[in-house]
Write a protein that binds this ligand. Structure first.
Ligand SMILES: [Zn+2]
Length: 183
């Protein structure tokens, strides 16, 4: 199956969240898929994020990590997902997760000192998300479970991407209603 880093895959609204969202259906072990499992996909992600990512002006050129440094990026990714997901879900503090995130950011900044490296940029992006006004806008998509920033005026977004997850959920509700009506 061919895979492309389309605009939808950059629905997170921040580089750090798009990196976290490179694991598809994280909560379902039977369907979960790590798009970074193939190193060439990390290269393709880095390139695509400079065209499609919400922070493309801030990070206009990104290079993927070398093989030996890939684990540092993946650990940072897990720390980003772990902290923001748990703090959104609990609606508040997760100091243990925050400590892990800050540690992973520190490791990434030391391992990737160049600003154009994906690991460096992802750490900076993650640290920006800690600002209170951004932190309050972080959400978990009601359909796919991706993390995203709700930049809507009334802060009422529930889908990472209305055109994909919003429609899919609507179609599924329609299907279930029809099925109920038949039985
Ligand atoms: Zn979604």
């Amino acid at each position: 199956m061919t895979f492309r880093w389309t605009k939808h895959r950059f629905a997170g609204g921040a580089l750090a969240l798009d990196v976290a969202n490179s694991v598809i259906l994280r909560s379902d072990a039977t369907k979960s898929l790590d798009r970074f499992a193939e190193p060439e996909q990390i290269v393709a992600f880095a390139e695509a994020s400079t065209r499609l990512g919400a922070e493309r002006d801030r990070f206009p050129a990104l290079t993927a990590p070398e093989a030996g440094e890939r684990p540092v990026l993946l650990e940072l990714r897990e720390a980003i997902d772990g902290y923001f997901r748990s703090s959104i879900a609990s609606g508040g503090n997760d100091d243990g997760g925050l400590a892990e995130l800050l540690f992973a950011c520190g490791t990434a900044l030391r391992s990737f000192p160049l600003s154009e490296s994906l690991g460096n940029a992802t750490a900076h992006s993650a640290l920006s998300l800690l600002a209170a006004d951004t932190r309050e806008r972080l959400r978990i998509c009601g359909n796919c479970g991706w993390l995203f920033i709700d930049r809507s005026k009334n802060r009422s977004r529930i889908w990472c991407d209305m055109t994909v997850c919003g429609n899919r959920r609507k179609a599924s509700r329609h299907y279930h209603r029809q099925k109920e009506a038949r039985t």
